[in-house]
Design a protein around this ligand. Structure first.
Ligand SMILES: O=P(O)(O)OP(=O)(O)OP(=O)(O)OC[C@H]1O[C@@H](n2cnc3c(O)ncnc32)[C@H](O)[C@@H]1O
Ligand SMILES: [Mg+2]
Length: 183
């Protein structure tokens, strides 16, 4: 089985491999796929849409059995601007499977820069004086003092996708297969 991952970001690619590691017959292909939403999604809705877009486009371009999209964004609440992360798994002929990740508030100093229009990736690099935080521990890793890395957070999201996919496969009632969703 071929799983096409809609990103070449190593934090995302490792997460998908971790989540499906029990199955040796899987071939993983990572492709650079645009999210089709803003570079810095600003709501759960927009972030979910980005994940689904990536999963659909990955499946189509990579010609596999499963497409996976993982997308990071932020979501404003009255308690502050929270990191939000979403994943989607797309399989031909079925509606997308969706799962969300852990969320933590961003410090005001970082949130202010995003509200002023900057992207989290470069803001985190400036803040930590390191390079490519988004491909390594991520903002979630920095602000949890290394407890939960971006890979670990996305591994959790992908396990939630993989588990729902397995459940659907094992409990498929042929009479209730939903119609394919328009792309
Ligand atoms: O190559 P892709 O797959 O696009 O990987 P990405 O790191 O850009 O990830 P997203 O597009 O999903 O993330 C959306 C935006 O949020 C930023 N971002 C999200 N989570 C982050 C994190 O944990 N650390 C640093 N930047 C993050 C990222 O740089 C983008 O500006
Ligand atoms: Mg991106």
């Amino acid at each position: 089985m071929k799983i096409i991952i809609g990103s070449k970001n190593p934090a995302k690619v490792s997460a998908v491999k971790n989540a499906f590691q029990t199955d040796d017959s899987i071939e993983f292909i990572a492709m650079d796929i645009p999210s089709g939403v803003s570079a810095q999604p600003f709501s759960d809705e927009e972030t979910i849409e980005g994940a689904i877009n990536r999963a659909h486009a990955a499946l189509e371009e990579g010609n596999g059995e499963i497409g996976i999209g993982l997308e990071g964004g932020v979501n404003a609440t009255k308690h502050g601007l929270f990191l939000c992360n979403w994943g989607a798994l797309v399989q031909e002929g079925f509606p997308p499977i969706i799962a969300g990740g852990a969320r933590i508030p961003l410090p005001d100093e970082i949130a202010g820069k995003l509200l002023a229009g900057r992207e989290l990736g470069p803001v985190m690099d400036d803040y930590t004086k390191k390079k490519d935080i988004r491909e390594n521990e991520g903002a979630v890793g920095v602000f949890t003092n290394g407890q939960i890395s971006r890979t670990e957070m996305f591994t959790h999201v992908t396990k939630l996708l993989a588990g729902q996919y397995e459940y659907r496969k094992n409990n498929l009632n042929p009479l209730s297969i939903p119609a394919a969703q328009p792309k």
